[in-house]
Design a protein around this ligand. Structure first.
Ligand code: PLP
Length: 377
């Protein structure tokens, strides 16, 4: 039997080299000084991937901790925060703003399109009294890629700090934190980086540290309080015991990503062929424009139930793809990021998805995998 393939938009498949790192003997990370250097080296590798000189922290907790930590550390009671919402995660940011006593204002737009920079500019001309703004690079549930560089530079021109969820783009899309002037960028280990779930990575600019360290009110919480990390290396003191093996695995996965000088091109090439295959076979992509290169979301024909399709594909052919989140019904998603961004794996996924759809009496115009291969250039 062919091995199971986890072709979801996170967690993604894990490279054997990365998986083996999890089995390393452990040390005491609070007492073994070499571990401080190992953590620092991992942060610096991540900074290279993010194109930033800002400090990069690795927090113990899955990507959601990054959203919460940014809100907990920046918000003081009554602060106004702009939550840019054109998808599930963009909307969800507002919940964390509320939770920590901020006043959330949504700038909402079509979930099938990227954020319209001209409309945002218009909004900001009349409303710009925000401490910071939150937005999402890749809206994983809908497969939308937002122009976060343009959005961030625009916000910074109004002196608004920027907090960006890049959980499903770091390691799969171009990311230029410093050029784009992003104050807090956050990501997770389990998406394009293809390390096990459990870690958040988060870069913090000088402007953001300034706000975090000069507050009138104390930060509520501990794990989500970024100020506990200040000067950890010089003091040789971690705020809590580090998950060594998770960090070892992450270190390896970042090295693998950095060693691939065609990393982003590869994601673009495969994503484009997946989209063309879906369209040419007569299915409909969920986004109308602004397509992600790490995940593709598409609609099933009316009357075809996504759960049945997914279960059949997994139970009979051992390939797991994902449904969507929130209100997106009968949308399926293929995660072609990180270790999943591989011609052979995507080919097999489409081949067996094609078979599954046939077995549910869906007649496509052509075969998905044949179209995929034809459109790989
Ligand atoms: C995966 C993901 C997260 C983390 O969410 P989980 O549901 O806990 O995996 C946050 N933001 C985005 C954009 C994501 O894709």
């Amino acid at each position: 039997m062919r091995e199971k393939m986890i072709m979801t938009p996170g967690p993604t498949a894990i490279n054997e080299e990365v998986r083996k790192e999890m089995a390393n003997p452990i040390t005491n990370p609070d007492l073994d000084l070499r571990f401080f250097d190992f953590y620092k080296e991992t942060s610096e590798s991540l900074a290279r991937l993010l194109h930033t000189k800002n400090e990069v922290l690795i927090l113990s907790g899955e990507g959601i901790l990054g959203l919460e930590a940014a809100c907990a550390s920046l918000i003081e009671p009554g602060d106004k925060v702009l939550c840019i919402d054109n998808g599930f995660f963009g909307r969800g940011f507002g919940n964390f703003v509320d939770m920590y006593g901020g006043e959330c204002e949504y700038f909402s737009s079509d979930y099938r399109k990227p954020v319209d920079i001209l409309k945002l500019e218009k909004h900001l001309k009349n409303n710009n009294n925000y401490k910071f703004a939150t937005f999402v690079h890749c809206e994983t549930p809908s497969g939308i890629l937002n122009p976060v560089g343009e959005i961030s530079k625009l916000l910074k021109s109004y002196n608004i700090l920027t907090v960006v969820d890049m959980v499903s783009s770091i390691g799969g899309e171009d990311v230029f934190i410093d050029d784009w002037k992003i104050d807090i960028a956050l990501g997770g280990s389990q998406k394009c980086l293809s390390a096990p779930p459990g870690l958040t990575i988060l870069s913090v600019s000088e402007d953001a540290w300034g706000k975090i360290l000069n507050r009138e009110n104390k930060i509520i919480g501990y794990y989500s309080n970024l100020s506990i990390w200040k000067n950890w290396y010089n003091k040789k003191k971690f705020p809590y015991t580090q998950p060594i093996n998770d960090i070892k695995a992450l270190n390896k996965s970042v090295k693998i990503a950095l060693a691939d000088d065609k990393l982003i091109e590869k994601h673009k090439r495969i994503a484009k062929a997946v989209r063309k295959s879906i369209i040419n076979c007569g299915l409909e992509l969920y986004p109308i424009k602004g397509y992600s290169n790490t995940v593709t979301a598409f609609k099933l024909p009316k009357g075809i139930n996504e759960t049945k399709i997914r279960k059949h594909l997994y139970n009979k052919y051992h390939i797991m793809i994902a449904n969507s989140l929130g209100d997106l019904k009968d949308v399926l998603r293929i995660g072609h990021m990180g270790e999943n961004c591989c011609e052979e794996k995507v080919y097999l996924t489409l081949k067996y998805l094609d078979k599954t759809l046939k077995e549910h009496s869906v007649n496509l115009k052509d075969k998905l995998h044949i179209q995929f291969e034809k459109n790989l250039d």
